[in-house]
Write a protein that binds this ligand. Structure first.
Ligand code: IDP
Ligand code: MG
Length: 159
């Protein structure tokens, strides 16, 4: 299953948790055919927030972003599948929900840039997916299992 094993980091942000959107968001990735290999409901502390969003340090929205992401629990996940990082980003829509097409997660579930419901690793930032997975999950928290449906999701999946 070599080319179906790309992993990406995804997180329902505090606004998505508060609005009861965890199930809706998990459901979209499940029905797409991606495989869940890790998940945890957690609170991000100041240090983790700074590390996770380090690339934005110094930008005008940075302090507000850290305050928001630490303001309540998040639902962190690792999803696996063919081209998973880019596919998840496409499913998410644009950074600003107001610019996101209907059918995308942000386009269907949000209206405001500062409360855009979901995070996903950037496919244009080489290795961001692996870095973020490592930042949020220990190896032991990632589950090695076979998704039986994969042989129906992928034409060339062999067991
Ligand atoms: P992304 O989440 O689509 O990858 P990034 O540019 O990496 O977008 O920005 C990280 C997060 O910072 C966004 O998801 C959003 O929550 C917040 N953010 C980005 N730009 C702005 C802004 O101009 N104002 C307020 N918040 C912003
Ligand atoms: Mg980003």
């Amino acid at each position: 299953m070599s080319h179906h094993d790309e992993r990406t980091f995804v997180m329902v942000k505090p606004d998505g948790v508060q609005r009861g959107l965890i199930g809706e968001i998990v459901s979209r990735f499940e029905t797409r055919g991606l495989k869940l290999v890790g998940a945890k409901f957690m609170r991000i502390d100041e240090e983790l927030a700074h590390e996770h969003y380090g690339e934005h340090e110094g930008k005008p929205f940075f302090e507000g972003l850290v305050e928001f992401i630490t303001s309540g629990p998040v639902f962190a996940m690792v999803w696996e599948g063919a081209d998973a990082t880019r596919q998840v980003r496409t499913m998410m829509g644009e950074t600003d929900p107001a610019d996101s097409a209907p059918g995308t997660i942000r386009g269907d579930l949000g209206l405001d840039l500062g409360h855009n419901v979901i995070h996903g690793s950037d496919h244009e930032d080489e290795g961001a997916n692996e870095r973020e997975i490592d930042l949020f999950f220990d190896d032991a928290e990632l589950v090695d299992w076979d998704l039986d449906a994969a042989e129906w999701v992928y034409e060339d999946e062999d067991h």
